[in-house]
Design a protein around this ligand. Structure first.
Ligand code: WT7
Length: 639
């Protein structure tokens, strides 16, 4: 394969040691997957994972519902822990650092012991295969312990990011119908305590399904414990055994549900199952992160998002890697923090988001230059398109021009990385996620599903089911079908726009639906709007994303008020921002609130967000406005 234009070819030294050395190796894998996908995935599943019982059928497709490795039995926690104990029991699984500075080194043997003990504790409370648990915890080792203990017993977990508010937690507990919540007294972020148990108490006022709350003591600050419902982790754990057998589970057993924003006000519970998910996160650790036994790998995401599920917990542990786990913020106590961590643990692979890179870049080169970053050999990016300036800084200042950058495109729904360079093979082009991984049949099409020519923008779709794809939306298979498989018949609709260049490289252009991407966090405009209109003074709200140099997109809310005032607009804007923080989480606070008399609507009453988007980006409206009910509204908005 020949790559034109300005591209960074992998260095010969990197290729020489790479898991996938050179473009021929990539092309060979890609071709084999295309020719006989079932054989391709089956061979890798047998080779990469431990199975208690083999599958009877590789793939069953009852469109749009897929099953992989039907009848096979395995356990994700067994694959992540037990199978390493023989030769790698003393290897470090997690190098943990708390924000206040505590350090813990946890070997695979120790992690296994803790997971078994916590699983025994769950059993003692009566939980087992088929149950569901909500996990709402800070970034401490007990978070993966809780996840893996659930996985060990076949309890489907749903981790709720600790930055979510009580309201958002409540909605997730209710949707999942969970009887069990695992949380902590609190955690640390920017030298402040996040009071997780308080938020849990507030959420639980309206969650009748919850019978037990297990509370890990992290900060030691006083919390309320409700008798008969709330239990301290350490008290329940006293006296349990160190061994707990992993339950052989069906390959299609639900491993986790992770809520993400869709195009309506209601978050979607994305369901992932066991075998296919574990296979692809394992493979991408090898293909994309080129993982080796000696690596010290650091994915600086939060476990509460899919990046953390796949690339802090299941992927790295499945391959027996050593990972850094850091609890807090990059600026605490100073902007040196991340570079100190890289230096202290001799991190070799760093995986983060463009927003984080841009934020660190803004602090100046002195911070990274004060530290020895020579251990780094590979860098990764995820969550949004990376702009050339950020790419260059990451490449030169952090990677010192020696480290390939893997720009990885994927989604909560895809479970694992789908489009990305293989660092020892793919020539890089800054800003492009490059080429689909083997087994991923990606395309750019028009609204009828016809491929568009190179250079032209279209919808990014995946033509064939893949093992780690979502299986459904929790409790709503119809929404799953409509959202992903009916927009363009017969193919998986990603919700992203993209174009391919002459070399077949993919350039991801952003969302085409009512989803905005702020700092790599997905937010639904509808969800934000329904939060805003719950406020007693708000009549109507429309939310759009506007381009932002730091966060990619920023939230801009247009709000009309009930009654006639007079209002103190500044104070009201502050109040509404706090309101959204309460309803969803601080990370969802609008950057800008514009008070308007009325919102532009079609004659049938639909808010024309496209016009609002044009107003916040270009300050003018160019497209078709013939369906607009009252053109005067637009003129008033522009002014
Ligand atoms: C959306 C998925 C997958 C983990 C983080 C986000 C955007 C993701 C890239 C990339 C351009 C990207 C897409 C996608 N996105 N990675 N490398 N280049 N855009 O997961 O919250 O499910 O969001 O993030 O728009 O659809 P998520």
């Amino acid at each position: 394969m020949h790559v034109q234009g300005q591209a960074y070819a992998p260095a010969p030294e990197f290729v020489a040691q790479a898991n996938v050395p050179g473009m021929e190796s990539y092309a060979d894998l890609y071709r084999r997957a295309l020719e006989s996908p079932e054989r391709f995935w089956a061979e890798l599943a047998a080779q990469q994972l431990h199975w208690f019982e083999p599958w009877k059928e590789v793939f069953r497709w009852n469109p749009p519902f897929a099953q992989w490795f039907v009848g096979g039995k395995l356990n994700a926690a067994y694959n992540c822990l037990d199978r390493h104990l023989g030769s790698n029991g003393d290897k470090i699984a997690f190098l943990w650092e708390g924000e206040p500075g505590e350090q813990r080194r946890i070997t695979y043997r120790e992690l296994h012991r803790q997971v078994c003990r916590f699983a025994n504790l769950l059993k003692k409370l009566g939980y087992g295969t088929g149950d569901r648990a909500i996990i709402y915890m800070p970034m401490i080792p007990e978070l993966p312990v809780a996840m893996l203990a659930c996985a060990r017993l076949g309890i489907t977990h749903s981790v709720v990011f600790a930055g979510f508010s009580a309201e958002a937690l409540k909605a997730r507990i209710q949707d999942l119908g969970a009887p069990l919540v695992i949380t902590a007294d609190g955690g640390y972020r920017r030298a402040k305590e996040i009071r997780l148990k308080d938020a849990t108490d507030e959420a639980l006022r309206e969650c009748p399904t919850v019978r037990h709350v297990i509370v890990y003591r992290r900060t030691g600050s006083p919390v309320n414990m409700q008798k008969g419902r709330d239990y301290w982790w350490h008290e329940l754990e006293a006296g349990v055994e160190d061994e707990c057998p992993a339950v052989p589970l069906d390959a299609e057993h639900p491993l986790f549900v992770l809520y993400t924003s869709g195009t309506t006000g209601r978050p979607k519970g994305i369901l992932h199952t066991t075998g296919g998910y574990l296979l692809q996160v394992t493979l991408t650790m090898r293909w994309v992160f080129d993982i080796k036994p000696t690596d010290v790998y650091w994915c600086a995401a939060d476990i509460g998002w899919v990046t953390g599920h796949s690339y802090i917990v299941y992927g790295p542990l499945s391959v027996g890697a050593t990972s850094v786990l850091y609890e807090g913020a990059p600026d605490t106590p100073s902007w040196s923090r991340w570079w100190q961590i890289v230096e202290r643990y001799r991190v070799t692979i760093l995986y983060t988001s463009p927003t984080a890179i841009r934020t660190l870049l803004r602090q100046g080169d002195e911070w990274p230059q004060r530290h020895d970053l020579s251990s780094l050999r590979l860098l990764g990016s995820v969550g949004e398109p990376i702009n050339p300036a950020a790419w260059e800084w990451y490449y030169r200042i952090i990677g010192k021009g020696r480290c390939p950058i893997v720009d990885t495109w994927w989604q909560t729904e895809t479970g694992a990385i789908m489009i990305s360079p293989m660092p020892g093979a793919t020539p890089l082009k800054p800003g492009s996620a490059t080429l689909p991984l083997p087994g991923v049949v990606a395309d750019v099409v028009d609204q009828d599903g016809q491929p568009v020519p190179p250079g032209q923008e279209g919808f990014l779709v995946i033509r064939k089911p893949w093992p780690s794809m979502l299986r459904t939306i929790w409790g709503d298979p119809e929404r799953y079908r409509q959202q992903y498989w009916e927009r363009i018949p017969g193919v998986y609709f990603t919700g992203d726009a993209a174009r391919r260049d002459e070399d077949g490289y993919f350039w991801i252009l952003g969302r085409v639906d009512d989803v905005i991407n702020v700092s790599g966090h997905r937010l639904s405009t509808m969800e934000l709007e329904s939060a805003l209109v719950k406020h007693p003074l708000v009549a109507e709200a429309a939310v759009v994303g506007r381009p932002d140099e730091l966060t990619g997109q920023a939230i801009c809310a247009f709000v009309s008020l009930k009654g006639s005032g007079p209002w103190d607009y500044d104070q009201l804007a502050a109040e509404l921002r706090d309101w959204v923080a309460r309803e969803i989480g601080k990370f969802a606070r609008p950057a800008e609130i514009r008070f308007v008399e009325a919102l532009p609507k079609t004659r049938s009453g639909k808010i024309m967000r496209r016009l609002l988007r044009e107003i916040v980006t270009a300050r003018e409206v160019t497209g078709d406005v013939t369906t607009l009910e009252d053109f005067g509204v637009i003129q008033r908005l522009i002014r």
